[in-house]
Design a protein around this ligand. Structure first.
Ligand SMILES: [Zn+2]
Length: 322
C-alpha cells in the first residue's frame, strides 16, 4: 500500500484509538490500523478498515442501540424467517440482514421496536395485527399457528415446564391474557381488592363453563378473599413495564389501592367466549364496592373450603354463585 500523504510504501500496523461521532453521539474504541513509517499517517488497508468500521457500528449499537447478537437471538426465539420477521417489524429484508450482520446501525424506530420486543415478547402479536395488510393469507395463517394461537409465545419464551393441574385450571399461564384481563376490568381505574376478585370470578366462571381457565393463573385464599397467587409480583411487573399504574391514596384513614390502565386493551387475544365471561363478570359486580365483593366471595365454597394461604382448586368453580 502507498501512503496518500508522502507516497511512502513502508507501513506498519498498530493499535489505534478511534474517537468518532455517529448520529451525534460519541464513541471510542481501539482497533488495528495500518500506518506509514515515514510520516505516521493512516494508510488504507481494506481488511483493517472494514474491521474498524464494523467495530464502530458494534460499539454504537451496544452503547446506544441494540447489538446484532440480540436481534438474531430474538428472531430465533420466535422461530421466524428473515422475511417474516422483517415484515413484522416493518423493514426491508436486506435492512434486517445488515442489522444481523452488524454492517449498519438500526434507525431509532427499529431500535425502539426491537428493544420493546426483547423486554416484552408478547408485543409481537400487536405488531402482527397492526401490520396485517403486509402479509399474504398464507403468511398470516403461518403466524397464527406459530405465535398467536395456543399461547405459543409463552412456550417459546417463558415456561418450558408447564404442568396442567387443578390449580391452574389445566391451562398454561398466558401473561398477555393476564395483562389484558387487568386492562379490561380496570377500565380505566379500579380498586385492587375488587380487581383481584373479579379476576378470580372470570377465570373460575370460565372454568365452570369449559373446564379450562382463561389466564392459567393460580389463585390462593387470603383474608380478603380469593386472589391470584403472587399478585404483587404480577402487578409490579406490569407497573415496571409501564403498562399499568398503581397508586395508594389515603382517604379518612383508609388506604385506597388503585390500579389504572396505561396500555390499550387488546381484545383480539381472547376467544369470544372468554370475552363474554369478562363482560359478564364486570357487569355483575359493577355496583359492588370492594367490601361487598369481598364479602360476596367469602360465601363461595372455593373460599370456605380452602385453608388460609393455600391454593384454591378450580373444581370449586362448579359451586360458584354466578
Ligand atoms: Zn506517509
Amino acid at each position: 500500500m502507498k501512503c496518500d500523504i508522502c507516497g511512502g510504501t513502508n507501513t506498519y500496523i498498530k493499535n489505534y484509538k478511534h474517537e468518532y461521532t455517529i448520529k451525534g453521539r460519541n464513541i471510542e474504541f481501539e482497533s488495528e490500523r495500518c500506518f506509514c513509517i515515514e510520516c505516521n499517517s493512516i494508510v488504507y488497508d481494506q481488511i483493517l478498515d472494514n474491521i474498524a468500521s464494523e467495530k464502530a457500528i458494534d460499539t454504537y449499537n451496544k452503547k446506544y442501540g441494540i447489538c446484532k447478537e440480540k436481534i438474531i437471538e430474538l428472531r430465533n426465539k420466535y422461530n421466524l424467517s428473515l422475511e417474516l420477521f422483517a415484515k413484522i417489524i416493518g423493514c426491508a429484508k436486506k435492512t434486517l440482514i445488515s442489522y444481523e450482520k452488524g454492517t449498519s446501525i438500526p434507525n431509532d424506530n427499529y431500535i425502539i421496536i426491537l428493544n420493546s420486543l426483547l423486554s416484552n415478547p408478547l408485543l409481537i402479536i400487536d405488531l402482527i395485527e397492526s401490520n396485517k395488510g403486509q402479509f399474504t393469507q398464507k403468511e398470516y395463517s403461518k403466524l397464527q399457528d406459530k405465535l398467536i394461537q395456543n399461547n405459543n409465545i409463552n412456550q417459546l419464551f417463558f415456561d418450558t415446564d408447564f404442568e396442567p393441574t387443578v390449580y391452574n385450571g389445566y391451562t398454561r399461564l398466558n401473561k398477555n391474557k393476564v395483562l389484558n384481563m387487568i386492562l379490561f376490568l380496570a377500565d380505566t381505574t379500579i380498586l385492587k381488592t375488587k380487581l383481584l376478585k373479579e379476576m378470580f370470578y372470570s377465570d373460575f366462571l370460565y372454568y365452570k363453563n369449559t373446564g379450562a381457565s382463561i389466564t392459567g393463573l393460580e389463585y390462593a385464599k387470603i383474608t380478603h378473599g380469593p386472589v391470584p397467587d403472587n399478585f404483587d409480583e404480577i402487578i409490579s411487573a406490569y407497573v415496571e413495564q409501564g403498562l399499568i399504574d398503581y397508586k395508594i391514596e389515603y382517604e379518612n384513614d383508609y388506604e385506597n389501592h388503585k390500579i389504572s390502565s396505561i396500555d390499550k386493551f387488546n381484545k383480539n387475544i381472547f376467544l369470544s367466549d372468554e370475552l363474554k365471561i369478562l363482560e359478564q363478570v364486570k357487569k355483575y359486580f359493577e355496583s359492588f364496592t370492594s367490601k361487598q365483593i369481598a364479602e360476596f366471595s367469602h360465601m363461595e365454597k372455593a373460599f370456605t373450603e380452602t385453608e388460609f394461604s393455600k391454593k384454591i382448586e378450580y373444581d370449586y368453580a362448579f359451586y360458584l354463585s354466578l
